[in-house]
Design a protein around this ligand. Structure first.
Ligand SMILES: Cc1cc2nc3c(=O)[nH]c(=O)nc-3n(C[C@H](O)[C@H](O)[C@H](O)COP(=O)(O)OP(=O)(O)OC[C@H]3O[C@@H](n4cnc5c(N)ncnc54)[C@H](O)[C@@H]3O)c2cc1C
Length: 402
């Protein structure tokens, strides 16, 4: 049996951020990763300014191999069915276009933690003063013992299932898939991430340039047909934006737990098991997840250090500390904050004001029609409740978290 202070499940950005805090504080930390490192991660790689600052401040300057072409991104462009398009630059200039396979591996190495790759977390038992973890490597079971376990294992988290077996049935699941095309002609500006607020295209529709190809991505409720959805978007891009692409050369997709951050229903774990990153439900608007994932991971690491020093239950300390990241993330979905604050890292209100009165009206109408696509999830009242609670308090109530 391998004994350490902390076992982290998942060698991604949240795992790296948690590990950095733990190793810096002198705690023995082992990271389990089911894939071989450096591992592939499906992601557009568009980093927000806050995510960029976190990487620089905690891990140092990014190596060149951690970037795709184009190496940077200026911001996002929103497209609407009325054919109005608005580009918004990130505050503070361009940010790096991350190649997740190498950026995540670099961050993990910079954290200084011991990494066991090709090692899958299988289950755990919280014994009160320690946690026993079972993992599997090349068909063999391996046992780990730690004071605390951090689940940084992404949207389909097995660590969550081991503490809340029914959780996956409690939330709606989405599928996001992307196909890579050689470009014949593409007038979409390669310096921007392009997003369509179009209910006929799907719940989440995007396109951007990468390494000489164009990515066309679609997100929808699980169970729909990826090929048909994708073809529909390619046809739309050709008709409306004159984008001409060759047949795709490769494709990929995964399940997504989109929703918890909109309605303040995060999962932070139980007893000596903390959940962090996207597994907790952290996801910013337009699917930007890296900044909140990094910050939540760091808070999980800090909570373990703080709980040890003050001899307090780690779950209590983590929930107190994570409230700041909940506030930042859920503010991005709060209609009052969107209208009267500036919760995002690009200036939507300013871009809207640059449009004519007629165009502004069209954009607001199109956004409303797009939001109606999500009606079936019954999030409207919960978002309104969270917004009202935020008015009355400095944050969002922790009573809704698991
Ligand atoms: C198509 C797509 C595009 C995206 N584009 C962007 C973008 O442009 N910008 C942005 O900021 N965010 C983007 N995101 C979101 C972003 O990728 C996530 O928010 C972020 O990667 C979450 O990090 P994480 O550390 O929480 O988990 P993940 O990155 O999901 O990593 C979890 C890790 O845990 C490992 N793991 C899982 N199960 C086990 C197990 N049982 N045992 C051991 N290891 C395990 C996995 O192999 C993985 O390495 C995108 C997501 C998708 C799907």
């Amino acid at each position: 049996m391998r004994t350490s202070d902390v076992v982290i499940v998942g060698a991604s950005l949240s795992g790296a951020a948690a590990a950095k805090r733990l190793v810096d504080a002198g705690l023995e930390t082992v990271i389990l990763e089911r894939q071989e490192l450096p591992r592939h991660k499906i992601c557009s790689g568009i980093l927000s300014p806050r995510g960029h600052r976190f990487l620089l401040e905690n891990f140092g300057p990014l190596p060149r191999e951690a970037l795709h072409e184009p190496t940077s991104c200026k911001g996002v462009t929103f497209h609407f069915p009325s054919m109005v398009s608005m580009s918004m630059d990130f505050f503070g200039g361009t940010t790096p276009h991350l190649h997740r396979k190498f950026s995540d591996h670099w961050a993990i190495k910079q954290s200084g933690a011991e990494v066991h790759d090709r090692t899958s977390f299988v289950g755990l038992e919280d014994k009160g003063d320690h946690v026993l973890v079972t993992a599997r490597k090349q068909g063999q079971d391996i046992l780990y013992k730690a004071r605390t376990v951090i689940g940084a294992d992404g949207p389909s988290s097995l660590v969550i299932r081991s503490v809340y077996p029914d959780y996956p049935k409690q939330i709606p699941w989405f599928f996001v898939g992307q196909k890579f095309h050689d470009i014949v002609d593409c007038p979409l500006d390669p310096q921007y991430f392009h997003f369509w607020f179009h209910p006929d295209l799907g719940h989440y529709t995007w396109s951007h340039a990468r390494d000489g190809q164009q990515i066309v991505g679609v997100g929808f409720k699980r169970g729909d047909n990826f090929d048909a959805r994708h073809k529909n978007v390619v046809r739309y891009l050709a008709e409306k934006h004159h984008v001409r692409l060759s047949e795709h050369t490769s494709h990929e997709g995964c399940a997504e737990n989109f929703g918890p951050s909109l309605i303040n229903r995060y999962v932070f774990g139980k007893g000596n098991v903390l959940i962090t990153g996207q597994a907790s439900g952290f996801l910013n608007m337009i699917g930007e997840g890296m900044s909140c994932t990094l910050h939540s991971g760091a808070l999980a690491g800090e909570a373990v250090v703080e709980a040890g020093r003050r001899a307090r239950p780690v779950q209590e300390v983590y929930r107190r500390m994570i409230a700041s990241e909940v506030r930042r993330t859920t503010d991005q979905w709060n209609p009052l904050k969107i209208a009267f604050g500036r919760p995002h890292e690009a200036d939507f209100p300013a871009a809207l004001m640059k449009l004519s009165w007629r165009e502004r009206g069209l954009v607001l109408r199109d956004i409303w029609r797009f939001i109606l696509l999500y009606k079936e999830f019954k999030w409207g009242r919960q978002i309104a409740l969270a917004a009202a609670q935020r008015l009355a308090a400095a944050g969002y109530p922790g009573g809704r978290w698991l």
